[in-house]
Design a binder for this molecule. Structure first.
Ligand SMILES: C[S@@+](CC[C@H](N)C(=O)[O-])C[C@H]1O[C@@H](n2cnc3c(N)ncnc32)[C@H](O)[C@@H]1O
Length: 374
């Protein structure tokens, strides 16, 4: 799978678009906001900056694309007002893979600028927004041009499917039978291949950003991860997707072999793996590393969390299926064919509803705040 070509959120503004189905991710942005605010305060304390370079990596298309940037501008504006210092010029870069629907973002920029002027007065600015298409697993910006990097719900996507997984041409091909990602039945070699790919990718990500950030520059990264060393401890949504596909294979709608040869370019790392990778790469100091349990609709899982009624669980299952569809449809469609997508996500919604009825479906979100060492 050529991830750069195949992975993109559903574009436009239609029923299955990311723009219409991304409230889980917008909740995740809000949950990490206090960490972002704290990092900005530390970045700007005791310094008057003439210009500040900000990048959001994996911005996608839809209302979330400009949400982190708006939050960051609000925080900088409030800090400058309180300290009675002039607002720096803002250089904002929105990054995603080349197949992202950047036109959707460009279409919403004039409203974004109008809102800034209305909220902050006509003296506010200037704020230059540009888009940079390319993989964040490589250089995207000039050396030492950035002060603050943000990324939300994106770094769990790998640059590629781990080498040798499901590769039928190679003699060393590893098969993850009937599964799409790491699962309890996966051979150890599958677990190792995923961990190795994450290690390579995250190292490359840190190395690239270390070139682009100024010394003292900061990054707040928020992505799906896990609380435990065992990647098979908690069932992931991929397990339920595999179940829906296997049901369809049993009915002859798709070929079972197609399931064996699909492997998600996704990895939810253990927080300790993340920490180790930051330390190995060496350019950044960890200011904060937090994990939080979030349910599949994007709400923090409280200790008092109550299970849903059957009908609530099934409505919830449908909403989760729409959220997942907006994210992974492009990948599944290119492998299984567009004609089975409606059927697949309908079945998936039912399976998720049943799962949510029986237990609290949750994922672990990691928020990492880093400082570029001098
Ligand atoms: C689930 S969306 C999150 C979008 C947005 N940050 C939000 O919170 O709603 C993940 C985004 O990461 C992007 N992405 C994945 N891998 C990437 C890479 N290597 N380089 C740049 N963007 C990437 C995807 O194309 C997608 O738009």
């Amino acid at each position: 799978m050529d991830v750069e070509q195949v992975l993109h959120m559903n574009g436009g503004n239609g029923e299955t678009s990311y723009a219409k189905n991304s409230t889980v991710q917008s909740n995740v942005i809000s949950i990490a906001k206090s960490v972002t605010d704290e990092a900005l305060q530390k970045l700007m304390s005791n310094t008057v900056m003439g210009s500040i370079g900000i990048a959001d990596l994996g911005c996608s298309s839809g209302p979330n694309s400009l949400l982190p940037v708006s939050n960051i501008i609000d925080t900088i504006h409030a800090m400058c007002r309180d300290a009675n210092t002039p607002m720096p010029e803002l250089r904002v870069s929105l990054n995603d893979l080349p197949t992202n629907d950047f036109n959707y973002i460009f279409g919403s920029l004039s409203e974004f600028h109008d809102k800034l002027k209305r909220g902050k007065g006509s003296g506010f600015g200037p704020c230059f927004v540009s888009a940079v298409a390319g993989s964040f697993y490589g250089r995207l910006f000039p050396r030492r041009s950035l002060h603050f990097v943000h990324s939300s719900s994106s770094l769990h996507w790998l640059s590629q499917v781990p080498t040798d997984l499901g590769n039928k041409n190679g003699t060393e091909a590893i098969t993850n039978k009937g599964k799409l990602y790491i699962s309890k039945t996966s051979p150890q070699s599958v677990l190792k291949a995923y961990a190795f790919q994450f290690h390579n990718d995250f190292f490359e990500f840190l190395r690239s950003r270390s070139e682009e950030l100024v010394p003292g520059g900061r990054m707040v990264l928020s992505f799906m991860g896990r609380n435990t060393s065992d990647p098979t401890a908690e069932e992931s949504g991929w397990e339920l997707m595999a179940q829906a596909l296997m049901d369809m294979a049993k009915e002859g709608i798709i070929e079972e072999e197609k399931i064996d040869t699909f492997n998600a370019p996704y990895y939810a790392p253990w927080s300790e793996e993340v920490k180790m990778e930051v330390e190995t790469e060496g350019s950044f100091a960890i200011d904060r590393l937090e994990t939080m349990e979030i349910d599949w609709e994007g709400f923090v899982v409280e200790k008092s969390y109550k299970n849903k009624s059957e009908s609530e669980a099934f409505s919830s299952g449908r909403r989760v299926a729409n959220t997942v569809r907006a994210v992974v449809e492009s990948m599944l469609q290119s492998h299984f064919g567009g004609n089975v997508m409606d059927e697949l996500f309908q079945r998936f919604g039912g399976i998720v509803g049943d799962y949510i009825y029986k237990r609290t479906a949750r994922f672990c979100n990691i928020t990492l705040s880093l400082v570029r060492k001098a």
